[in-house]
Design a protein around this ligand. Structure first.
Ligand code: ZN
Length: 81
């Protein structure tokens, strides 16, 4: 992890503005979901990518009734029946 060379103040509501240059570099657009992760003393922002509810994979994930499942887990489930 390295500093982005930017210091911003948190406002009254806890908001921080991400500089346009960072949003552009990391392809974060208005309305995109962002996941907040913590690691020790660090707060990390990541573009949100849905994960399989069973194995946590982010590969080939589809939503089903507002839950996410990967193709491999779906295949394993179909073999159960
Ligand atoms: Zn899975």
């Amino acid at each position: 992890m390295k500093p982005a060379g930017v210091v911003r103040k948190v406002d009254q509501l806890g908001r921080i503005v991400l500089p346009k240059s960072l949003r552009k570099r990391y392809q974060m657009n208005e309305g995109d979901p962002v996941e907040i992760l913590v690691q020790g003393d660090h707060i990390i922002l990541e573009r949100y990518r849905p994960k399989c509810i069973f194995c946590g994979s982010m590969e080939d994930v589809n939503d089903f009734k507002e839950r996410y499942i990967c193709a491999q887990c779906l295949e394993e489930m179909t073999q159960l029946s």
